[in-house]
Design a protein around this ligand. Sequence first.
Ligand SMILES: Nc1ncnc2c1ncn2[C@@H]1O[C@H](COP(=O)(O)OP(=O)(O)OP(=O)(O)O)[C@@H](O)[C@H]1O
Ligand SMILES: [Mg+2]
Length: 553
Amino acid sequence: MNALKTLNPYFLKHKKLLFWGFLFIIASNFFNIYKVQFVGKSVDEISKNLHNGFNKQVLIFVAIIVACSLLTGFFTFMMRQTIIVASRRIEYELKNKIYTHYQELSLTDYKKTTIGDLMNRLSEDVVAVRMYLGPGVMYVVNLLILLLITSFYMLKTDVSMTLYTLIPLPILSFVIYKVSSVINRKSKIMQKSQSAISTFVQDSFSGIRVVKFFAKEKYIEKNYGIKVKDYQDKALDLAKTEAYFFTIILFVIGLLNVVILLIGGQKYMNNELSVGKIADFFMYINILIWPFSMVGWVTSINQRAEASMSRINEFLDMKTDIINTVNEIHPIKGDIEFRNVSYVYPNTGIKALDNLSFKIEAGKSLAIMGKTGSGKSTIALLLCRLIDPTEGEILVDGKNLKDLNLENYRKHIGYIPQESYLFSDTIESNIGFAIDSSTHEKVVEYAKKADVHKNIIGFKDQYKTMVGERGVMLSGGQKQRICIARALIKEPSILIFDDSLSALDTETEENILQNIEKELQNRTSIIITHRESSAKRADKILNLTEIDNAEAV
Ligand SMILES: Nc1ncnc2c1ncn2[C@@H]1O[C@H](COP(=O)(O)OP(=O)(O)OP(=O)(O)O)[C@@H](O)[C@H]1O
Ligand SMILES: [Mg+2]
C-alpha cells in the first residue's frame, strides 16, 4: 500500500470527520448486535409460556429490538454522512490538485501523454482512489468492529458453535476477493472497449464531411458494428463472472445455516443450548456474512486504488522545467534578441532551429519567411516561452528570458497561433478571454481593428453568438480574425502573428494591416508569413530557407 500513503495528509486534514465516522461505526454496530440477544430471549420466553397467553416480557424485548434497529439506522446514516463526505472532499481536493498541475505543465510535457490519458487520471483514477477512501476504509473498519463485538456475544453464547461458524468466513472473504479481482479486470477491459466506441464515434462525427465526401458511410458503419460487437462480448463476459458474486455469498449463507441447524440441534437435544440461542446464531451469521464478503470486494478495490494512486503520483511528480523563478516585475519594452538559438524537439529528436541569431529593436517589426517545417512556429513558441531553447539564449530587453517574471512577461505578449483555437463560448467571451476585465465596448473596438466586427453583427446573436460545436461554425478567416482581436485587446508590447493572415484574402489582409498599423507602431511585432506583400511592410525580413534551418537529426 505504498502509493496510498500519499493520501495520509488528506486523512489527517479531515481527521475530525473521520474520527466521528469511526465513533458512529462503533455505535451502529453495537446496537445492531446488542438487539440480537433479545430475539433469542423472546423466542425462549414465548416457547416457555406458549399456553399462558399474552406476555409483557416479550413486549419489552420487542420494544428494545425496535429501538436498537432505529438507533442502528440512525448511526449508519451518520457514518455515511461523515466518512463518505470526507471521501468526497478528499476527491475534490485531489481533482483540483491534478488540474492545477495540468495547467503548470509545459507543452513538451503534454506531448508525453495523450489527452485521453490525462482525462483518465482526472476521472477514472480519482474515482478508484475515492472508492478506497470511502467504502474501502469504511467497510474494513466496520468489519473489524463488528467482528469484535459479535465474537464477544457469540463466545458468550456458545464457544464451539462460534468456532464452527466463524472459520468458513475468512475463506468466503478470500473467494470473494478472487472473484472481485476478476470482475475488476474484466470491467476494465469492458471500459476500454467502451471508450474505443466513444473515440470512434467522436472521430467519425467530427470528420463527417470527409466521410460523406469519400462515400465511406458503409465502411464506417461496418467498423462501428465490429466495435459494438466487441463491447457486447466483453460486457457479457463480465456479467457471467458477476453472477458468481451473489451466488457464492448465498451458497455460504445456506451452508452456515445448515451447520448451525446441525450442531445447534444436537446441542439442543443434549440440553446444552436453548432454541432462542440457536435463533441468535442465525442472526449473528446473517449479520457477519455481508461485511466478510465486502472485505473481499474491498481488498480488490484497494488494489485498484493503489494502482490508480501510483499513476496519479507519477503524474504529480512530473516536474516541469518552465517555471517562474523571478518575483520582481519589470515593464516589458520589447527589445528581442536570439543568440545562437537551437531547438531540438525532445519527443522526436527533430532539430527545428540550428544556431539562429537575430535582433529586433523595441517597436520595430520583423517578418519571418521560410519553407514549411523550417522552424517558424518554433520561434513563436520560444518567444512565448512555451518551450526553452536547447542551446543559446533569448534576450528580451537585454535580459535572458528565463530571468523575467514569466506571468508578467506572458501578459505582455500577444500571440496569434497558427491554428486558430476558440473555446465553445460566445464570441465576446472568446475575445475578452485575453484580459482580466473586459467590457463590451472594448471587445467591439478590437473586433473592429481586426476587421471582424461586420461579420459578427451579421450573426443573429451578434457578440453573444456561440462558437464551436453547439454554435455557429465560423469560417477559417473569421476565426483567425477573432484570434487577432483576442491578441490585440491585450495591448501587448510584443505581437506575434503566426501565419495568422493566411486564411484571408489580400484585401482583408490589407485592411487589417492598415487598421492595426497604429497599434503596431509602438509594439514589437513578428509576422510569420508566406506572402511577400505582408513581409514587405516589415522593417526587416528573416528568411529561414536561406540559412537552411530545418534538418532532421
Ligand atoms: N510538437 C512537435 N514535436 C515534434 N516535432 C515538432 C513539433 N512541432 C514541430 N515539429 C517539427 O519541427 C520542425 C519545425 O516545425 P515548425 O512548426 O516550427 O515549422 P514551420 O516553419 O512553422 O512550418 P509551417 O510553415 O508549415 O507552419 C518540423 O520539422 C516539425 O516536424
Ligand atoms: Mg508553423
